[in-house]
Write a protein that binds this ligand. Structure first.
Ligand code: COI
Length: 355
């Protein structure tokens, strides 16, 4: 159990007003959690302090070799003032899977969850309550040694910042267009694709710019070896409904094991739907689109929740999905997951954690 020192801000900022449109990840609350790691001493000096700029040496290793990891989860508030987290234990566990891959020291899972809970509680009044809004929580660890050699750092900072946010996509729950990338790849098995680390996102930018230039919001990656099997969207895992069956690429070491992905799979199975996690080729997807059996496509992610996909582009072909609206299963999953998150629906799996 961490003994967290709390230093409250003397100059609280103005909070977004009820009804004010919130975009994703632009504004930050009054406080942040910070903890240091020093080799030989372990994680130490956990504290909640006013949100402020941090000072690092220009030689800090994170700037040069990208030794860092991050997580993403959300806090929700209902009309009665109750506040909740959604499956924070999953983020704590995944954080350590990323840490292991990146030679960053592990954080005990109960300490990770405690730090998230305490900092959110300090800024509890910042959790927005308008429909579709939440407090996005961004824990991250950076390597801070002042050294230009390539080696694991001996010192780190673990920080948690909080951002009252609305929908990840500007379009809200409206269907997004996805560009299936056939030139660049994101990750390969044995690499860092399953870890939540900046390098994966840096690697995705060039294709994202291409996709945006072509009028699409996001990139759907194919596997790096065969350039054939569907992987993930970068900010989301991807799901298809083909002939009534729910399909998603299996976890193969190069895609992110999303918490929302896992929740969608559990829900769909609980509803008695036919669900498969397996390799899905782009040819299988195109065939389903051509013969009219591709019924729904949606992405899942903490930031994106459950996001309908309205069209896909692969090479010279554009595939419109359904009637361009939100599919029935997509809508039901969105309503159920957000209903559980906001405390409006029963929580048969015990996913909601009350703050
Ligand atoms: C999340 O969904 O929490 C993520 O970290 C994805 C990020 C690209 C916004």
């Amino acid at each position: 159990m961490l003994n967290i020192r709390i230093e409250r801000t003397a100059s609280p900022k103005e909070k977004p007003k009820k009804g004010e449109k919130l975009s994703f990840g632009h504004i930050f609350t009054d406080h942040m959690f910070v903890m240091n790691y020093t080799e030989g001493k372990g994680w130490h000096d956990p504290r909640i302090v006013p949100f402020e700029k941090i000072s690092l040496s220009p030689a800090a290793m994170v700037f040069h070799y990208g030794q860092e990891m991050f997580e993403g989860l959300k806090a929700y508030r209902d009309d009665k003032g109750n506040a909740y987290l959604f499956r924070p234990d999953m983020n704590a566990k995944r954080a350590n899977d990323s840490n292991d891959r990146l030679c960053i020291p592990r954080i005990p899972e109960e300490d990770f969850v405690q730090a998230v809970k305490e900092v959110v509680n300090v800024d509890r009044d910042w959790i927005p309550t308008d429909p579709g809004t939440s407090l996005y929580i961004r824990p991250f660890i950076i390597a801070t040694d002042e050294f230009l050699g390539v080696a694991p750092s001996k010192t780190y900072l673990f920080i948690i910042i909080l951002s009252p946010s609305g929908a990840y996509y500007e379009s809200g729950l409206a269907p997004v267009g996805i560009w299936i990338e056939d030139e660049y790849v994101r990750a390969v098995k044995g690499g860092i694709g399953f870890a939540k680390t900046g390098g994966n996102y840096a690697a995705s930018l060039i294709a994202q710019v291409k996709a945006h230039d072509g009028g699409f919001s996001q990139v759907l990656w194919l596997d790096g070896v065969h350039r054939k099997y569907i992987e993930e969207v970068g900010a989301m895992n991807i799901f298809f409904k083909i002939k009534g069956k729910i399909l998603t690429p299996m976890l193969n070491g190069s895609i992110l094991p999303g918490v929302t992905r896992n929740s969608v799979l559990q829900l769909a199975r609980h509803w008695g739907m036919d669900v498969e996690e397996r390799r899905i080729s782009v040819d299988e997807l195109l065939d389903a689109a051509h013969d009219g059996t591709l019924e729904e496509v949606f992405g899942t992610g903490t930031a994106a929740v459950v996001s309908p996909v309205g069209k896909l582009r692969f090479k010279d072909e554009i595939i419109n999905i359904g009637n361009g609206g939100i599919g029935e299963v997509t809508q039901k999953l969105y309503d159920t997951i957000t209903g559980i998150q906001w405390g409006k629906l029963d929580d048969p799996f015990g996913w909601r954690v009350t703050l």
